[in-house]
Design a protein around this ligand. Structure first.
Ligand SMILES: Cc1cc2nc3c(=O)[nH]c(=O)nc-3n(C[C@H](O)[C@H](O)[C@H](O)COP(=O)(O)OP(=O)(O)OC[C@H]3O[C@@H](n4cnc5c(N)ncnc54)[C@H](O)[C@@H]3O)c2cc1C
Ligand SMILES: NC(=O)c1ccc[n+]([C@@H]2O[C@H](COP(=O)([O-])OP(=O)(O)OC[C@H]3O[C@@H](n4cnc5c(N)ncnc54)[C@H](OP(=O)(O)O)[C@@H]3O)[C@@H](O)[C@H]2O)c1
Length: 381
């Protein structure tokens, strides 16, 4: 048993960090190893690691300057009693993005310059709901302080309006049978631009750019999950994991290979370009050679004019996929929830209907039962 959990995270060391996507990739996908040494923490395949990030000190400094604070102001975080400095609060406790119209209203009320006040009033009264939403989503607190410099608010008012800085979850990509004292993560570093400013995801950039190696400064906890390998080592598994969705499946295959489990393993992986985004290519090649991985079907979406996705590969292999399912295979999906997991789900339904010779309605019921039986599991975000 470990004393460490979400309420008392373990200050872990990052012990390895390397880029998985090539420097010519349009993405920055990285591999991280986090040491559990001395924590007593344990994990199983399918679990996630919770990471408490801190904000970029440069972003904190820019916000302090734009808002006219020194950073030494004393503030109290809501539902907390002890006072801390504004700089500490902005670094460790609150999110620097996601301002709401409540904040815009406060700026309006405090704006000393008539032009700014009028602009803010017009924005608050914007009749087009889509436009109004897009405007606020394009901005962080910094943008608003820069655009409306005459509006002065207190440090405490700012802290009370900001969202709490939350931990992020990452699917664990190592197997406890091979790495009992280490957890591997496979992370897409979030970088984009809005309102003419470069932005970065708080936690992915914390891991990629700010956390020092071999220094206990990454607070973590293990989030246990129902997502996981079948109890029966002989059961076949089908894994659909494009992009970072491949993370738990590296764990699954590594675990079965390490323990010599006999069940067959079929992975569908996809990403943008084979030469730049084929995550863990060498490991899959080894697993195919050793027989630990039975089949690997690849869908590189941007290597040709037409998009090719994992569900296209499922369709091309529908008869065999149905055959695996018919003899007891478990079906797993991990990765993007918005588009990929929905499309894969629709494709699974179509395959069940066609190859199971069922009506659409019967296929829906069949897949429901497949899920209830724990044989169709998803870890999507
Ligand atoms: C169970 C679970 C498992 C997960 N596993 C993994 C994993 O294995 N690997 C992984 O990489 N992630 C994984 N995630 C996602 C991860 O938790 C974080 O959400 C992700 O890393 C982004 O966090 P961040 O702090 O870097 O970015 P944040 O600071 O949270 O920023 C992300 C936000 O930025 C905005 N944004 C992002 N891109 C754009 C854009 N182009 N234009 C405009 N706005 C944009 C969006 O509002 C988005 O919500 C998982 C999530 C869950 C729930
Ligand atoms: N900063 C960037 O440039 C950048 C780029 C990509 C992703 N991201 C972000 O990084 C995060 C994680 O990315 P990720 O590596 O897990 O995955 P991802 O890059 O979003 O996607 C991985 C693969 O899935 C494909 N895909 C897109 N739509 C699909 C669909 N409906 N069905 C099946 N496959 C589909 C993608 O193709 P296509 O992309 O070619 O359509 C790509 O080949 C996401 O939140 C994403 O928003 C950022």
């Amino acid at each position: 048993m470990s004393n460490f959990d979400k309420n008392n995270p373990f200050p872990a060391c990052l012990v390895d960090r390397r880029r998985l996507s090539s420097s010519a990739s349009q993405k920055d996908t990285q591999h991280f190893s986090v040491s559990l040494e001395g924590s007593g923490l344990t994990y199983k395949c399918g679990d996630s690691l919770g990471v408490f990030p801190t904000n970029n000190p440069q972003a904190v400094a820019a916000l302090l300057q734009a808002a006219g604070f020194s950073g030494d102001e004393s503030v109290t975080i809501p539902k907390d009693t002890s006072a801390i400095t504004l700089r500490d609060a902005l670094t460790k406790r609150v999110a620097l993005n996601g301002p709401t119209y409540k904040f815009v209203q406060l700026l309006h009320d405090r704006a000393a310059a008539e032009k700014e006040k009028a602009q803010l009033a017009a924005q608050i009264a914007e009749p087009d709901a889509e436009k109004k939403k897009a405007w606020i989503e394009q901005r962080e607190y910094l943008d608003l302080f820069v655009e409306f410099p005459s509006a002065k608010i207190t440090a405490q008012e700012l802290i009370e309006l900001q969202r709490k800085l939350m931990p992020r979850l990452y699917s664990i990509s190592s197997a406890p049978s091979k790495y009992p004292n280490e957890i591997h993560l496979t992370v897409a570093v979030v970088r984009y631009e809005t309102n003419g400013r470069k932005r970065e995801g708080v936690c992915s950039s914390f891991l990629a750019d700010r956390a020092h190696l071999n220094t206990p400064e990454v607070p973590v906890f293990v989030a246990h999950s129902h997502f996981g390998l079948p109890a029966d080592d002989n059961a076949p598994v089908i894994m659909v994991g494009p992009g970072t969705g491949v993370a738990p499946f590296r764990s699954f295959v590594m675990d079965r290979a390490t323990r010599g489990a006999k069940g067959r393993n079929w992975l569908f992986f996809g990403d943008q370009r084979k030469d730049h985004d084929f995550l863990y290519a060498d490991e899959w090649a080894e697993y195919l050679k050793s027989g630990a991985l039975t089949r690997l079907d690849l869908a590189f979406s941007r290597d040709q004019a037409e998009k090719v996705y994992v569900q296209d590969r499922m369709r091309e292999n529908a008869a065999e996929l149905w055959q695996w399912i018919s003899v007891g295979a478990f079906f797993y999906v991990c990765g993007d929830a918005k588009r990929m997991a929905k499309d894969v789900d629709a494709t699974l339904h179509a395959i069940v209907a066609e190859h199971g010779k069922m009506s659409t309605e019967a296929a829906i019921e069949w897949v429901k039962q497949f899920k209830k039986d724990g044989r169709y599991q998803r870890d999507v975000y």
